[in-house]
Ligand binder design. Structure first.
Ligand SMILES: Nc1nc2c(c(=O)[nH]1)N[C@H]1C(S)=C(S)[C@@H](COP(=O)(O)OP(=O)(O)OC[C@H]3O[C@@H](n4cnc5c(=O)[nH]c(N)nc54)[C@H](O)[C@@H]3O)O[C@H]1N2
Ligand SMILES: Nc1nc2c(c(=O)[nH]1)N[C@H]1C(S)=C(S)[C@@H](COP(=O)(O)OP(=O)(O)OC[C@H]3O[C@@H](n4cnc5c(=O)[nH]c(N)nc54)[C@H](O)[C@@H]3O)O[C@H]1N2
Ligand SMILES: [Mo]
Length: 695
């Protein structure tokens, strides 16, 4: 029983926690505390999925927590916006001034106030509890939280019925694993453990990714398709499964909807057609179909680990619909080690209404703004369609100036003199530089929280391991105190963080189990769709979605080409993707010295042929540009990049880059086919040599 139990010596405690980061693994943590100081953060060996090991980043959590640049008291801006000049003020001064400013704006129209947050912490309490109550009571604009996963989420909802799929542990028993749009060793390490077990037991692993990632290195095969062409590949795989009759006709007849229609569409996709679009050979498609189809004949379990890498392009949701349809064609769902997993988050019985209290809106229906287009929206004037111009922005758990697309627009918006901006943060990020007030937030070692996950099905509890550093306060406490100063007197504004933890799952998860073990495994079926039971309106796997058709959209999934497709532009002939760097988590950890040193500096991986055409040698400083702006970094000539595609590993802090920008200077605010998501990997650029010596 680790929590609060003394181990060696009376002064040493081990506290159970949960990793707060936006990652499918949501690890169970064990923090060693000596004399009130966290000296070590480890993976909990008692938790099956964490299995006692952490990624490098999170094992450096104490370095991040005790970082000399942690913000430990409230700060008020003294210089111009973006200059990063602040002075220390008291909590009382900061909170009274903020409450007064918000009250004045709210008296005119509360919709002029916008909360902006994403997943700095995935905690249900420090994420969306007291903050949501606060903004609901205020009647502020609502934020559509789309920056990551909504295209894929919609794709799943309209095919499987929800964010549901295989249980991650059963990948260890699969005989074929397609790792599709996922660099698991970087971004889902604890899934990789199961895949490696399967490999050890004779499974074949195939990676489908434009980049030759460290995961691709360890798979038996790698299919380096062009970004945004996964839908075409999936349709062509279906073509081959049909032509060779590698189908489970019984499964199709009983448990799917719209097979005749999908069949007709797939038959228009012979491998030659798809191969030309995907930038691969027809033989690669035939071989992949053969491997997948062989599992239909032998009833060997075939699994797909898809990740969000496939859905950051125009046709992202359609691609996810097509890939999520594949297991039904071969009846892979019959086996617990067959099917597909993109996200398991739909399995969690989170009591969102209890946490967020939408009833506090009291009948008002404030407008909703999309976080992906924050750049444009901050620049909009008041008007009949848009409503009031944004006058105040409260940012927490996010770093939009670094991570949102088309940074030049985002920066322009944040720099507005007439915008009142409050940022709750651990560090003076690119976003915090534009704040009027920075409020110091606690880290996961300093506060309570409860977690769900999107890569497994265990709920977790996080206990504070140490007292808050300096004057840092948990997000929930900051919003509780702001609510009090705004005169919000509903009893729900007095709920403590521990009370909020209990409300997160209500009676659906045993809180005593969470307190005792730090995690509780949800009761989910082993082979959820072996007999249909999809959580769709029809109860079947919906190849055809009547819900989409009713919205006037194509009821069937299709290949939707990129907004910015490689052959369409002479000026910008290279496709750029910007997937995660292994030692960063989005823009988190970029300021942790040991991790930044592992990454070196901002890099652009280029295929040697693309580099040679431009006179670029390995290590040269290059300028990457398009109509939206430019970004300078060092070229790395590497077989990790395929011809025609450059990889700008993300997401660096702008101010730690070479010319004060990062990859998002180049990405666009265009949206996905469904779910209003971002299209970070649907981006054309040109690259030129800036300094051959790279000095
Ligand atoms: N170390 C680390 N871990 C992370 C993150 C991080 O930044 N760093 N980010 C976290 C977050 S926010 C999320 S959402 C999750 C999932 O995060 P994801 O961003 O989905 O993480 P990856 O698994 O790296 O998936 C991206 C992979 O998709 C590939 N890719 C890009 N475009 C395409 C395409 O069009 N088709 C296909 N097939 N592949 C494509 C990229 O080359 C990359 O290898 O991981 C989390 N884990
Ligand atoms: N070009 C490009 N851009 C991308 C992506 C990409 O692949 N390529 N990935 C996208 C994806 S998948 C995502 S999810 C988004 C991620 O975007 P964000 O969710 O904004 O993620 P981070 O950049 O990690 O910023 C999180 C911030 O929250 C802060 N934070 C952490 N915990 C707390 C807390 O308890 N309280 C408070 N107040 N703050 C806290 C951290 O210090 C950090 O600065 O980025 C997207 N941007
Ligand atoms: Mo994400």
């Amino acid at each position: 029983m680790p929590h609060y139990a003394s181990t060696s010596g009376s002064d040493t405690l081990q506290i159970l926690g949960a990793c707060p980061h936006d990652c499918p693994d949501t690890c169970s943590l064990l923090t060693t505390v000596q004399g009130g100081v966290a000296v070590k953060v480890q993976g909990n060996p008692a938790h099956q999925h964490t299995a006692g090991s952490l990624c490098t980043k999170v094992s450096r959590y104490p370095e991040r927590t005790y970082h000399p640049e942690r913000i430990l008291h409230p700060l008020k801006r003294t210089g111009t916006k973006g200059s990063g000049q602040f002075e220390r003020v008291s909590w009382d001064t900061a909170l009274s001034d903020i409450a007064a400013r918000l009250s004045t704006i709210a008296a005119r129209d509360p919709q002029a106030i916008l909360p902006y947050s994403y997943a700095g912490t995935m905690g249900l309490v420090q994420g969306e509890s007291m903050a949501a109550r606060f903004f609901n009571k205020l009647g502020a604009s609502q934020l559509e939280r789309t920056i990551c996963a909504t295209a894929g989420g919609e794709g799943l909802v309209h095919t499987l019925g929800g964010k549901v799929g295989m249980r991650v542990e059963f990948f260890a028993e699969s005989k074929l694993i397609l790792i599709w749009g996922s660099n698991s060793i970087t971004s889902n390490l604890h899934f990789w453990r199961y895949a490696a077990q399967a490999k050890h037991n004779g499974a074949k692993l195939i990676c489908i990714d434009p980049r030759k990632t460290e995961t691709a290195d360890k798979c038996h095969e790698h299919i380096a398709l062009l970004p945004g062409t996964d839908g075409a590949l999936a349709l062509s795989l279906m073509h081959e499964l049909i032509q060779n009759d590698w189908l489970d006709h019984d499964y199709l007849a009983r448990y799917t909807l719209g097979w005749d229609l999908l069949r007709e569409r797939a038959l228009q996709w012979p491998p030659e057609r798809a191969a030309a679009i995907c930038g691969i050979t027809p033989e690669q498609i035939r071989a992949l179909a053969h491997d997948y189809g062989a599992c239909a004949a032998s009833r060997a379990p075939a699994a797909i680990r898809m990740n969000y890498g496939v859905q950051r392009v125009h046709g992202g949701a359609n691609a996810v619909r097509l890939i999520a349809s594949l297991p039904a064609l071969i009846g892979a769902w019959r086996h617990r080690a067959g099917g597909v997993l993109l996200s398991s988050s739909g399995a969690f019985p989170v009591q969102r209404a209890a946490l967020q209290r939408p009833d506090l809106l009291a009948g008002r229906t404030p407008r909703t703004l999309n976080m992906v287009t924050i750049g444009d929206d901050l620049m909009r004037r008041s008007g009949p369609t848009f409503g009031p111009a944004i006058e105040a922005l409260i940012v927490y758990d996010g770093n939009p100036v670094a991570v949102a697309p088309e940074s030049a627009r985002v920066v322009q918006g944040f720099a507005r003199d007439d915008l009142f901006t409050v940022v709750l943060e651990h560090f003076q990020t690119d976003t915090a530089d534009y704040a009027d007030y920075i409020l110091p937030a606690t880290t996961q070692l300093e506060h309570w929280d409860v977690h769900s996950a999107y890569g497994h099905t265990d709920a977790l509890l996080n206990r504070p391991a140490i007292a808050p550093l300096g004057e840092a306060r948990p997000n929930a406490q900051i919003f509780r105190e702001l609510a009090a100063r705004m005169g919000f007197d509903e009893p729900c504004f007095s709920d403590s963080d521990e009370a909020l933890c209990r409300q997160a799952y209500g009676n659906t998860v045993n809180f005593d189990t969470l307190l005792a073990n730090g995690f509780a495994t949800l009761d989910t079926p082993e082979a959820p769709f072996a007999q249909g039971n999809f959580p769709t309106p029809s109860g079947k796997c919906e190849f055809f979605s009547a819900r989409l058709a009713a919205q006037g959209l194509d009821g069937l999934p299709d290949h939707v080409p990129n907004h910015e497709a490689a052959h369409t532009s002479a000026a910008y002939p290279l496709a750029m993707i910007s997937p995660p760097a292994r030692n960063f988590l989005n823009s988190s950890f970029v300021n942790v010295k040991s991790l930044r040193e592992s990454e070196g500096e901002p890099l652009l991986e280029m295929h040697p042929a693309d580099a040679a055409e431009r006179g670029i040698a390995d290590g040269a400083v290059v300028i990457v540009y398009n109509d939206r702006g430019n970004y300078q970094c060092r070229a790395r000539l590497s077989a990790r990049a395929r011809p025609g595609v450059v990889n700008g590993l993300g997401v660096w802090w702008r101010k730690l880059g070479l010319n004060g920008t990062n990859v998002n200077q180049l990405t666009s605010q265009k949206l996905t086919d469904l779910g209003h998501g971002p299209t970070f990997y649907d981006c054309l650029v040109q690259v030129a040599l800036l300094d051959a010596k790279g000095s």
